[in-house]
Write a protein of this length. Structure first.
Length: 71
């Protein structure tokens, strides 16, 4: 599942409002916090999350190998 604000609508407060709603809902259902993942290439998104109070707690790398179909 993912949440992305269209590039034409960024910097208008939409992401901040969406994250506030997520946090409010999570709090209402008894969650202790919100954990999210952001692609390492999305530096602008990382700055946004830090600006609204999130802390980078982990970095990881994802590996993939395409397999050849068996005949």
């Amino acid at each position: 599942m993912g949440l992305v604000v269209d590039k034409d609508y960024r910097h208008n407060g939409i992401g901040r409002v969406l994250m506030q709603q997520i946090e409010q809902w999570a709090s209402l259902v008894g969650c202790e916090g919100v954990l999210l993942r952001s692609n390492i290439k999305r530096q602008e998104a990382h700055s946004f999350y830090e600006k609204i109070g999130y802390t980078n707690i982990k970095q990881s790398v994802t590996f993939y190998k395409k397999l050849q179909p068996q005949e």
